[in-house]
Design a protein around this ligand. Structure first.
Ligand code: ZN
Ligand code: FE
Ligand code: FE
Ligand code: ZN
Length: 271
């Protein structure tokens, strides 16, 4: 692995509690160590007590009983790499108070904000793929980025995850969607949010990181700090294609990366 960075973090790891990931936290940790990561953070799909998208997340009762308990054990293993406990929280219009309640009730190190649904349409899951044929992609991309901006403005999140996830299955609008991304980055800068640079798009039909590399230099110019994530749903995906992530962020002029502890952000130098 190319090591331009002095600190390498993977802040987007799942656990099998979400019902679609595999492996024990200790296996993720072992892989991180093998790949030379300095810090990892688990960010599994947040439980939503109202039953929203229950198929892809843990029950609320498991958050303390299983998630924190297991991950605290993992933290104690030997402290190398450092293990942080985050969460990947879905932004859903109308559920802000429910979200805020869960987020304030637990000592997360950081909160990733995600949009996985447009209305009832789960556009990430394989089951939802047929819908891409039926919809107008100009509309879909416009709606998606409007949701991401709405999420950014809630102040509930520390990091926006996989910023242009709507491109996952490589269905695109006829017109360029770049201006929607630019506007979203401007809102993130205004609200002082961190941007996740996520390698899981390289494992998806789109074959490109999130956000697309062409957006990173604007993010850099706007002063938006970054962190890195693989979105691993199995131990073998920890640190996935991080050489390409690092190359992309360096190309865009980044020389710092963010770490989080108890929802406090610090930037550490890459060189
Ligand atoms: Zn997942
Ligand atoms: Fe996600
Ligand atoms: Fe994820
Ligand atoms: Zn994700």
């Amino acid at each position: 692995m190319r090591r331009g960075l002095t600190i390498l973090v993977d802040y987007h790891l799942h656990t099998k509690l979400c019902k679609h990931a595999q492996g024990e936290p200790g296996d993720y940790l072992a892989m991180a160590k093998q790949k030379g990561l300095d810090e990892i953070g688990f960010a599994d799909h947040m439980p939503v007590p109202t039953g929203y998208d229950a198929a892809h997340r843990m029950e609320i009762g498991d958050l303390e009983k299983v998630y924190f308990t297991e991950l605290r054990k993992t933290q104690k293993k030997d402290g190398n790499p450092t293990v942080r406990i985050g969460i990947e929280a879905d932004f859903v219009p109308g559920l802000e108070d429910v979200l805020a309640g869960v987020l304030s009730g637990f000592p997360f190190d950081y909160v990733l904000g995600s949009v996985h649904f447009i209305g009832d349409w789960g556009f990430v899951s394989r089951k939802g793929v047929g819908e891409y044929h039926r919809r107008n992609m100009d509309e879909v991309f416009r709606e998606y980025f409007a949701l991401v901006r709405e999420a950014a403005r809630t102040g509930l999140f520390d990091v926006m995850a996989h910023l242009d996830l709507i491109k996952k299955y490589a269905y695109f609008p006829d017109k360029t969607y770049d201006p929607w991304v630019w506007r979203t980055l401007e809102v993130m800068a205004e609200y002082d949010l961190c941007l996740e640079v996520n390698s899981s798009g390289l494992r998806a039909p789109v074959g490109e990181i999130y956000p697309g590399p062409r957006f990173l230099s604007l993010a850099r110019r706007l002063g938006i700090p970054i962190t890195l994530g693989s979105d691993a749903h199995r131990p073998g995906e920890v640190g996935w294609a991080f050489d390409r992530l690092v190359a992309a962020v360096e190309e865009a002029g980044y020389d710092k990366i963010c770490l989080f502890h108890k929802r406090k952000r610090m930037e550490v130098s890459l060189h």
